[in-house]
Structures are given as C-alpha cells and as structure tokens.
Design a protein around this ligand. Structure first.
Ligand code: NAD
Length: 743
C-alpha cells in the first residue's frame, strides 16, 4: 500500500496497526488523501487473510483527529456543479462523493475482523466518526485536553460519516441528539459513563489495550449488527421517551433557531428517519441530508466565516509582514472604569504586567476589584486554580502616578469619551513613554486622526477598540489613523493576539466600522415603530431574523437619550426636521416627557426588573404610536426581516466603498462578533454574496429604497460589482494592511 497519512504494519500475531499521522501538521484532519488511505487500509484488512484484526491510533501526541479538513471542504462546498453532467449524473456523482467515507467505514465495520481505536486525545467530528465505526474504543485518562464531540452543527454542517446513525444506536437518541444538535463535546470520564468509549487507560497504554482486546475478540461485531439489536432507550416512533425527545428537540430548535439553520433541521430528520431503518439504509439517509446541508449557502458562509476566517484572523492574518514579533512585558491602562478594568483583567490573565491608572489610587483599586471578583468566581467554579488567580491579581498595579508606566511597551487609554481629556492624557502619557511604545485609544466614536493630533508621535497612535464586557467579547477593532504606521499596526495586532482576541483592521471614520453599522439595526427598528408597526412584532421579527436581541431592546441597552441626541445630530446634518417628524416626536416624548431613557433607568421601550432584565414591553407605548400593523403574516415577516438585514448590509457596503473596511473577512467577522449579525449568513458581506447573490441583493435593495427611502439605495460600488458579477470576496480578497483614506 502506498499510504501518505498513515503508517501500517502487521505484527507476528496478525494484528495490523494503522497510525494516523498527517505529515507536516500538528493535528490530524481528514483530508482527501487521508480518506483515500482509509479506503486502502479497509481494502487491505478486509482482503488479506493474514490480517486478523486492526488497531487504529494516532501518531500525534496532541490527539487522534480534529475532523474533516474544512479548508478543503470550504472550497468544495457549494462550488459550481460539474457543468458537463446531466442532472441525474451530477446527483449520482455528488452522492458517491458524499458517501465514500460512510461506505468505507461501514465496510471496515463489517469486514468480519475486530477493529479497535486508541484515542490518546481529542477526536472531533469525522475523527470521532472513524472511532465510532470501530468495535472498541480505548481513551486516555491522563490527557486534560482530550475531548470527544461532533461539532459540525456549529458551522452549519452535519456529521456525514455515520455520526448521526452510530451515536444514537450506541447511547440512545436522548443522549445523542443534544450532543449532535449543539455540537457539545465531552471528556473521557463522561464518554466512558455514557458508553461512547469502552475503556480508559494511560495514553501510553491505549494501543496495547486495543491490541489485547482485538486478540481476545476475533468474532467482534458492532452492537447494531448483532441479531436482536435494540436501540438504547427505544426507537423514536415507538418509545414514548425517545419520541418525546425528538418532539421536544424539534420545538426547542424552532424556538432557538427560528428555522434559520438548515443543518440542525436536517440532523433531526437524519436521526428520526435513519434510526427507524437498518443502519445501511440509515447511512444512505445521512449522506442525502449531508449533501443537502453542504450545498446550502448557509453552510458555505458559516464554514468560511466561523471557521476559516476566524481562525486566520485570530492567527494574525492581517498583520503586515516584515516586523519582528512585539514582546509586551508591561502595558499601561489609563482609566479604570468599566472598560479599563476589563482590559486590565484580560492583560493580566495573559501574563502581561499591567499598570492601571486612574485619577486616584482608590479609583484604580476599584478597577482592580473587578479582576478580584472575576478571579474569585472562576476559582469557586473550579475553572482557575487559586495560585493562578493570585498571580493574575499580582500583575495588576493600581496607581494615580503616571511615572509608574515608564518603560511600558503599549498604553491603552480608556478615560471618558471627551476629546480634550483624551488629548491631555495623551500628552501626559507620552512624557513617560519611549519612542517605540504604542499609544492605543479605546474610543468608540472619536476619529483617531483627530485624537492623534495631540500626539508627538502620531505614527505610534492607533485605535484599539474593545467591546463590553471585555472578558466575554472576543473581537478587537483596530483603527488606523491617517499617520499610523504599519509597524504600529503590527505591534497592535501582536498585543491583541497576546490577549487571545481576534483583531479586525479598519480605517478611520466616524463610528469606524462596527459602531456605525450596528446603529442601522436599531434605527430601522425605531423607524418601524414610527410607522405604527406593533412593538412586539418588531422585536419578534428582529430575533427571528437571527439577531441576538430585538432592535428596541438593543436601543434600550445603548440608551434612548443617546439615540435621541444622535438622531437629532444626523437629521441636522441631513437637513431633515427631526423634531417635526413622527420618529423625532416619539423619541422626544419618551426621553424628555416620560424619562424613559433605557435599561440604565429601568425603563425605556421595556420595563426592567430589579436584575436589569427586560420584564415586558412598556404597555403605554402602543397608545402613543397609533398602531397600524398588529398582525404579522409570513409576507410581512419576510419584508421586515429584509429591512433589518439589508439595511445593515447596505451600510457595510458603504464602508467598503469609502475605504473604511478593505478585507471581506474583517467585514464578516466584525459583523458577527461585534454586533451579532445573524451568524447563519456568515456575516454582512457573505449575506450579500452568498445568501442573496450580488445581483439579487442590489435588486432587493433598490426595491426597498423605492418603498422606504434612500437609506436602502445601493451605491456605485454595489452596482459595479453586480454588473461584473463580483462578490465581496472577489473584490476585496484577504489582504494585508488596508489602504489609507482621509478621516
Ligand atoms: P467609565 O466612565 O466607566 O470609565 C472612565 C474612567 O476614566 C473612570 O474610572 C475615570 O475616573 C477615569 N478617568 C477620567 N479622567 C482620568 C484621568 N485624567 N486619568 C486617569 N483616569 C481618568 O467609561 P468606560 O465605559 O470605561 O469608557 C471608557 C472609554 O472606552 C470611552 O472612550 C468609551 O467611549 C470607550 N468604550 C466604551 C465602551 C462601553 O461599552 N462602555 C465600549 C467601547 C469603548
């Protein structure tokens, strides 16, 4: 056999040993070549009479296999059909391709010889599916990084190598369904208790244990190939328990995903239909649903954004080349308020000595208390050792003395959003800093080029925009000022990566990228309200469109006083009489007459309970807004959904047109991680490219603009792209440093 990704040898007892070890990679994935090798090994084991059984293990110390190679799959998924085939030929070719691994693993399982799998570490997705097709599994009990799971659903796919069929047959539908639908993973102990693996052993013993088992069990079969096999917990359509799980899962799924995620729907169908028939038929059913899922635009969008682009950006794909890695030994945070306290925690957690400055030591200590509380919580939940927690806290040095950050490699300023104060801080800080230190501002709205005017080293000045709560939000928006140097960008990306967050890089403009685009969702919600659409409809459709919260609830969180101020400013700039129009009057009534400024006051569009959670939509709202639409049939839902999502995507397209954003990955990842843009779309750029297609999107945006106003009107860039049939990933492919634009 000519294998590339496995080594293969047979011992004197006739026990073959296949060691999975993809060359040049730290972890195995199921590449096309690996699948070809598994087919070759299966044929050899089945046909060679000298082979009495097989043990599969991994040559990687880190684990067995992380699953399908999504890089390969991302390129193939949804790709153009083979143009020369007839429809029937094409369907058959797609089925055969999708069924190849399923078919092979079934052949291995039924070859009449015992097969065991040694799992020294993680086995996810296709990796676990290979293991499940073996008759016996031994897992390491000494590898803390070990995890088993089928995470495909998280990126819009379903397990297509037998996972939806073998796992329910092994552990029952009740236990298997949540694992497959949610993509959750389990540790070795739990896997043993659930019956996912058969035995635990030290990593170094797993192979020998497998060999011993293979020798002792020459007649091994999968449980479902034994005569009289019964599904644990019963078959879905016959057992009340299993049936109830399937029905409830369906209802829970609908309530959670609103039908936006085809993978989850197809998983339920696979398990429901596939477990009622013999496994061979079940595996064919699985492949049909797998192909259907894989060909949906949502799958391609989710694989690209949630896996490939997220991974690339979090490894520093946009970092300009040619600068040595910036070592961050000491970083100062100025302003120990909500943001500064969170930033200090993240730095200290990453092992960076952190100086936390505020106007008094007392204030700075209060900021440090935030970390103390977080550490306490983590330690009490067993997620951090006391020792690690103490070390983290010891790295935060609260002070009111700027002298203390002499020698800092980077400063993040997080004082009040006031340009004069920020200018004063910049001058005071720079007096203490060396020529090579970076000055980062966490401003959420003030243009960086303007703030950098206070700096003696504007080339070292950059926007480093965190999101709240800092410890939970994984994104950081890096903003290039007009004079910011590439070297400063490289250093800032090194900083963001050091604290294990994902950077996107944008150019300077008011509201940058995220704050500017995010606002359009809430603005559209308020616009709908002023048109007389019932508040509950606005909120429900917002959530059903895939946004994490209704638009009115988000507005309450930001503050309705802020919304009123911004609305007035924007109307003035556009020459619109805000105070004279319905929206302006409604906002003024809410904020100025009723004092309903949002969540912070416990009252806004919603009434809030003592815990700050929305208790109900304010009933009197209906009285003021003269409700004209209080029913939401499907066509109305579609119209409102399109208004919400197209409006945001149009603003993103404008950011590309104005040079604020220059890499399609930044647009997608930024939109999902910063403001929760419907993740099944893969983000705003993929929503245009894949969910609509550029021409259809432009036509829809024009239709909406004719009906509701020019805020929906596509710009010259979109029209040009539509004329050329180009998507954002064609026009703005992954690049390095964004081109500079004037602020
Ligand atoms: P905050 O009011 O909670 O904290 C500001 C802190 O700065 C206070 O502790 C204050 O005492 C301190 N401060 C004021 N003057 C100072 C001085 N001369 N020297 C040292 N410290 C001083 O504000 P915040 O919400 O943490 O916001 C800080 C910055 O972050 C703002 O620019 C804001 O726009 C930006 N931001 C906020 C959020 C958010 O959600 N709150 C998100 C992203 C960015």
């Amino acid at each position: 056999m000519n294998l590339e990704t496995f080594s293969f040898e047979t011992d004197a007892d006739g026990i073959a040993h296949a060691i999975f070890d993809v060359p040049g990679r730290s972890m195995n994935t199921l590449t096309g070549k690996a699948i070809a090798d598994i087919i070759a090994i299966t044929n050899e084991v089945a046909s060679n009479e000298a082979i009495k059984g097989l043990v599969i293990s991994s040559g990687k110390p880190s684990g067995f296999c992380a699953g399908a190679d999504l890089g390969e799959m991302g390129q193939a998924a949804g790709g153009k059909p083979e143009s020369e085939m007839s429809e029937a030929e094409l369907k058959k070719a797609q089925f055969d391709r999708g069924f190849a691994l399923n078919k092979t693993l079934r052949e291995l399982e039924t070859c009449g010889k015992p097969i065991a799998c040694a799992l020294n570490g993680l086995a996810l997705g296709g990796g676990l599916e290979v293991a499940l097709a073996c008759h016996y599994r031994v897992a390491a009990n000494d590898n803390p990084k070990l995890q088993f799971g089928l995470p495909e659903a998280k990126i819009g796919l379903l397990p297509g190598a037998g996972g939806t069929q073998r796992l329910p047959r092994l552990i029952g539908v009740q236990e298997a369904l949540p694992m497959i639908l949610q993509g959750t993973s389990i540790k070795a102990d739990k896997a043993l208790a659930m019956g996912v693996v058969n035995e635990l052993a030290a990593s170094s013993d797993t192979v020998q244990k497998c060999k011993d088992w293979v020798k002792a069990n020459p007649e091994a079969k999968a449980p479902w190939d034994e005569k009289g096999f019964k599904m644990p917990g019963g078959v879905v359509h016959r057992s009340p328990g299993a049936g109830q799980v399937a029905t409830m899962s369906n209802a829970m799924l609908a309530a959670k995903t609103y039908g936006n995620y085809p993978a989850q729907k197809n998983i339920l169908s696979c398990v429901y239909e596939g477990t009622q028939v013999p496994i061979d038929a079940g595996l064919r059913i699985e492949t049909r649903y797998f192909i259907n899922t894989q060909q949906r635009p949502e799958a391609k969008a989710m694989i690209r954004s949630l896996f490939l682009s997220t991974q690339a950006l979090s490894k520093g794909a946009s970092r300009p080349a040619g600068y040595p890695k910036y070592e961050l030994n000491k970083v100062a945070v100025i302003g120990a308020g909500l943001m500064g306290a969170g930033i200090a925690y993240e730095q200290a957690k990453a092992g960076i000595e952190t100086v936390l400055v505020d106007i008094s030591v007392e204030n700075a200590e209060k900021g440090k208390d935030y970390s103390r509380k977080l550490v306490e919580k983590q330690v009490s939940r067993g997620k951090m050792t006391q020792e690690k927690g103490d070390a983290l806290i010891a790295r935060i040095h609260p002070t009111d003395n700027y002298d203390d950050f002499k020698g800092a490699d980077l400063v993040v300023e997080a004082v009040f959003e006031n340009p004069e104060l920020k200018a004063k801080i910049t001058k005071m800080a720079e007096e203490q800093l060396g020529d090579t230190a970076v000055f980062g501002s966490n401003t959420s709205t003030l243009p960086i080029t303007g703030l950098a005017e206070a700096s003696v080293r504007p080339e070292n000045f950059i926007g480093i925009h965190f999101f709240s709560p800092v410890e939970r939000m994984g994104l950081v928006e890096i903003i290039m000022g007009e004079k910011t140097s590439e070297e400063t960008l490289a250093k800032s990306i090194d900083y963001v990566l050091a604290i294990r967050k994902t950077p996107i890089v944008v150019n300077d403009s008011r509201g940058f990228y995220t704050s500017r685009c995010f606002g359009t969702y809430t603005q559209e919600g308020m616009q709908m309200l002023s048109e007389g659409i019932k508040p509950a409809i606005i909120e429900n459709v917002g959530r059903q469109s895939g946004m994490p919260m209704g638009a009115l609830e988000v507005s309450d969180s930001v503050g309705l006083d802020t919304a009123l101020k911004v609305g007035r400013q924007m109307a003035q700039a556009a020459g619109i009489d805000y105070n004279g129009n319905e929206l302006g009057q409604m906002m003024a009534w809410l904020v100025e007459d009723e004092g309903r400024v949002g969540r912070k006051a416990g009252k806004g569009f919603y009434d809030y309970n003592e815990k700050g959670k929305p208790a109900r939509l304010w009933p009197d709202l209906n009285k003021k807004i003269d409700v004209k639409i209080d029913e939401c049939p499907p066509e109305m839902k579609k119209e409102l959904t399109n208004r919400f999502l197209v409006r945001q995507a149009i603003e993103v397209a404008r950011c590309f047109e104005e040079g604020v954003i220059t890499d399609a990955r930044d647009a997608d990842i930024g939109s999902i991680l910063a403001w929760g843009f419907a993740p099944y779309t893969g983000g705003c750029a993929s929503y245009i490219d894949l969910i609509w297609g550029i021409e259809a999107f432009v036509a829809e945006a024009d239709r909406l603009a004719d009906k509701y106003g020019d805020r929906f009107r596509p710009g010259a860039l979109l029209r040009d792209m539509a004329a050329k049939g180009e998507g954002f990933y064609d026009r703005f492919p992954p690049a390095g440093t964004p081109a500079k634009v004037a602020a």
